[in-house]
Design a protein around this ligand. Structure first.
Ligand code: FES
Ligand code: FE2
Length: 373
């Protein structure tokens, strides 16, 4: 069994070996070792019924779950009947108990077994095994997460980012769009491209015009990383809202600092929650990307758009997400072809621009290695 190793010192480290992406065995192993052990996106702000069926990470985990909001607080449980295994709730609905449509077993909204016809005389029945299994579940500003077997509590994954969600949701977030992109590349190649702004000047010409590449930062946390892009001072997001004019007041910080308005200076914050969730915070709201592996060479990326201020939708770094996505897909698909080369096995990192990718590879190695987790 391979042990992946990423040197913690980025200056010494080599990137993940290409066999991680090309060998189908690692793809299969990652389902249980990475995806079952991390927090997955279960639902967004649109959760409104008492009972909502959710398939956790379709195609990878394929776990039928049920989010129940019985007495006001939401919980998550198995959506599979403990009798013979029928899926219990197929469509979101309002109800005050759950009754299996196969042989009539009933559960309360917390998943506790209530009754079963024709079971008189059955020994040791009912037992705890007849209740629906509870699944670790967490909510943040209307977004719901579940994990089948979490390596760490949700708190450790969301950590310092709560305020980011809270301020984005302060005036309400409404889901306005959902679309899927099919990318001909390994899921990790898609993620690691997202995790660095290094390629922006080379790949995203238009995006590069509205963000300030010089001040782009990447911060890493235990299971997440955050990239912050400030708006290009000469292309403010909201010129009509109190931006000082060029050349006014030659402050000590230089003209750039004079021009930047503290209320509008963040063009985008890109939050990555390991291994496959991207929350992109723009002045207009949040774009959520859920990366769903399909095969070692195919990935579906779900784009969910949650808007708080429609008037800002076509401004700044969050204006042309489709165009940026097309540019990203082209390079990621090119890397997918390149990593199969006999002449490529791994590369090195830029210590100033690829901290997010290095951090991601370190976590992959940590989760994949036989003795960890
Ligand atoms: S499978 Fe649910 S009652 Fe039989
Ligand atoms: Fe990109």
């Amino acid at each position: 069994m391979t042990n992946f190793f990423i040197d913690p010192d980025i200056r010494k480290a080599h990137t993940l070996p290409s066999k991680f992406y090309t060998d189908p065995a690692f793809f299969e192993i990652s389902k249980e070792k990475i995806f079952a052990r991390t927090w997955q996106f279960a639902a967004g702000t649109e959760l409104s019924s008492t009972l909502t069926p959710v398939t956790l990470l379709p195609g990878v985990l394929d776990e039928p779950l049920l989010v129940s909001r019985g007495d006001g607080h939401a919980r998550c449980m198995s959506n599979v009947c403990t009798h013979r295994g029928k899926v219990l709730v197929e469509n979101a609905c309002d109800a005050n108990l759950i009754r299996c449509g196969y042989h009539g077993r009933r559960f309360d909204l917390d998943g506790k077994f209530l009754s079963m016809p024709e079971f008189e005389g059955v020994e040791n029945f009912p037992s705890a095994d007849d209740d629906l299994k509870q699944v670790p579940f967490a909510q943040q500003s209307g977004f719901c997460f579940a994990s089948l077997d979490p390596a760490a509590p949700f708190e450790n994954f969301i950590q310092a980012h709560r305020t980011l969600f809270e301020s984005a949701a302060v005036s309400g977030l409404e889901r306005t769009a959902r679309r899927e992109y099919e990318v001909n590349a390994h899921w990790a190649l898609y993620c690691e491209n997202y995790l660095e702004g290094f390629h922006i000047p080379f790949v995203h010409k238009s995006l590069n015009e509205v963000i300030d590449y010089g001040t782009y930062t990447t911060e890493t946390f235990r299971y997440s990383s955050l990239q912050t892009a400030l708006s290009e001072p000469l292309a403010p997001l909201l010129p009509e809202q109190g931006w000082p004019k060029a050349g006014v007041e030659g402050a000590a910080g230089g003209q750039k600092d004079v021009l930047r308005n503290s209320a509008n200076d963040v063009a985008a914050r890109y939050l990555f929650i390991f291994p496959n969730l991207m929350f992109n915070f723009y002045p207009w709201g949040v774009s959520v990307n859920v990366v769903r592996p399909v095969s070692p060479s195919k990935t579906i990326v779900e784009f969910l758009t949650y808007v708080s201020d429609e008037s800002l939708l076509d401004k700044g770094a969050g204006a042309d997400l489709h165009g940026v996505e097309m540019e990203d897909e082209a390079v990621v698909e090119s890397v997918q072809k390149g990593i199969r080369s006999r002449f490529y096995s791994h590369g090195r990192y830029s210590p100033t621009r690829e901290q997010g990718t290095h951090h991601f590879h370190t976590l992959i190695a940590e989760f994949m290695n036989p003795l960890s987790h």
